[in-house]
Write a protein that binds this ligand. Structure first.
Ligand code: HEM
Length: 482
């Protein structure tokens, strides 16, 4: 068992064939490869990063390991080592898992590119950039509070000003989301502990999400973007495409539309996409609360593959306290409205504005791109690039204004996720450096004939809706009664 420390030392001398490694692919029997060494992490639910580790079971985790860990993590590897990988066995293994020369070349190049970007200082964050981002984001909240306090009457100008303030609060929540995202990817603070606590401020207090719930979900998404789990009890699927019974992103997902409600939703999914995005924040808040209060075993605390076992919430009391403070200030602003209906409108508008602003960007990043089955997913690099879309043009197509618009609007609105490909390949690179990284990445992908997809905001959303409609049409064709 891979709980660390109790393994006979001679096991590190064993040589394992690739075909053997791929057999150990579930949480209770999990082997993985890092830099040609084989590790047995079976049942290691105490892994500090959580059960995301099992997404790599039976696979090569070299690049995933490099992507997630700080320099201190390598010293923990030895206790799990059970031998080395027979490299030739991987080349000879004649299924889709065989690595071609081109793949090996790309992998080498990707690792060299990572070192080159490090040497260029592109992993370093700019304190002044993030100080500006944090202060300007807080200024949005202060402006909202001032507007609500000033325009407190019932005449049309008061109603219009408060509605605009509610939309602005939604955008403030979106901006907090981006900051929290960057902080928890360790783009901002080199010290991960400090980053975690600052993350609680922006996630729990400022925005209303549980940071631990979000990290579980988001790290898994990064490990296996647009990947279906191999089974209901597996720990190897992307939670971000786990959208049934509402939306199906692939043919296998269509088969999960069993109830009358789900069949209706899926057959109209291209029409329901934006209305569902509008409700996304409400769903995230509900899942966050269910997670920290332990109300729902499926809200990120249950260990798939080990039913019944619930993992503790890290810093549970702090999470609860900061969430309580969040709702206190949020509802204090609601109470400043003249009538109950005005307060209700404020709650609805802020949530809808934030849901649309955040989820549209998430959707642009991956929806409508390649979707893989966990058992047949490609290598790290191909998985990350082919499941991801960049937003690289301005919405109106004024190419000459592209640079300016990008700086002023798109990169702020998308929180740097307009460079989603670069973010997925190098998640710890700060937002302000992604533009430089994109030049190199684009050339690198072209050299290795890898599709590097980008589209404008409107074009990208059209791709998402077309993809949903194609699947809906296919579904209706099979079940004409829908
Ligand atoms: C034997 C293999 C592994 C060992 C010994 C290990 C060890 C650790 C340690 C010590 C940490 C905390 C320190 C740090 O963040 O650097 C950590 C965090 C983490 N690990 Fe692993 N890990 C392994 C494999 C994996 C794999 C395969 C994945 C992903 C598929 C993964 C994902 C993570 C994540 C997401 C974190 C949290 C990073 C954060 O705080 O943002 N680990 N791991």
């Amino acid at each position: 068992m891979g709980k660390g420390g109790q393994r006979p030392t001679n096991m590190t001398a064993s040589v394992h064939a690739w075909s053997e490694v791929t057999k150990h692919r579930n949480p209770n029997d999990a082997w993985l490869v890092c830099n040609n060494k084989v590790y047995d992490v079976s049942g290691w639910h105490d892994h500090p990063g959580g059960d995301v580790i099992f997404t790599a079971a039976g696979d090569d985790a070299t690049d995933t390991f490099a992507m997630f860990h700080g320099p201190g993590a390598t010293k923990h590897l030895d206790q799990f080592c059970i031998g080395t990988l027979d490299e030739d066995s991987r080349k000879q293994y004649s299924t889709q898992e065989t690595k071609t020369e081109a793949q090996i070349e790309f992998e080498r190049g990707y690792r060299a590119l990572r070192l080159k970007l490090k040497a260029l200082g592109l992993f370093e964050s700019s304190p002044s950039y993030y100080a500006y981002k944090m202060l300007s984001t807080l200024a949005l909240a202060v402006t909202v509070a001032a507007v609500i306090a000033t325009f407190s009457g019932r005449i049309w100008i008061d109603v219009a000003a408060r509605s605009a303030a509610a939309v602005l609060l939604g955008i403030y929540f979106q901006q907090c989301g981006w900051l929290c995202h960057e902080i928890l990817h360790h783009q901002v603070f080199a010290n991960r502990k400090i980053g975690r606590y600052v993350g609680y401020f922006w996630g729990n207090f400022a925005q209303g999400f549980s940071v631990s719930w979000w990290m579980n979900k988001h790290n898994t998404h990064h490990a296996v973007p647009n990947v279906h789990a191999t089974g209901a009890d597996a720990q190897n699927g992307d939670p971000d495409i786990d959208t049934m019974p509402y939306l199906a992103w692939s043919r296998p997902m269509l088969r999960l539309a069993n109830s009358g409600f789900s069949k209706w939703m899926v057959s109209h999914q291209h029409l329901m996409y934006f209305p569902l995005l509008a409700l996304a924040r409400i769903s995230w808040l509900q899942q966050s609360i269910a997670y920290v209060l332990n109300l729902d075993e499926t809200a990120g605390r249950a260990v798939k593959g080990a039913p019944g076992e619930l993992k503790p919430v890290p810093h549970e009391k702090l999470e609860l306290f900061l969430l309580g403070l969040h709702y206190a200030w949020y509802f204090a602003l609601a109470a400043m409205h003249p009538t109950f209906l005005d307060s209700l409108a404020y709650v609805l508008i802020t949530n809808i504005a934030c849901g649309l602003a955040l989820a549209t960007v998430f959707g642009l990043g991956h929806n409508g791109m390649a979707v893989y089955d966990a058992a047949a997913r490609p290598d790290f690099w191909k998985l990350q690039v082919t499941t991801t879309r960049n937003v690289t043009q301005d919405p109106l197509g004024f190419v000459h204004w592209c640079d300016l618009i990008h700086k002023l609007f798109i990169t702020s609105f998308c929180g740097g996720l307009d460079y989603q490909v670069e973010h997925h390949l190098f998640p710890t690179i700060p937002r302000h450096n992604l533009r430089k990284v994109s030049e190199v990445t684009k050339a690198f992908c072209a050299k290795h004939c890898i599709t590097y997809h980008h589209a404008g905001i409107i074009e990208g959303n059209k791709e998402v809706l077309d993809h949903l409609q194609d699947l809906a049409d296919e579904f209706v064709h099979k079940f004409p009664a829908m």
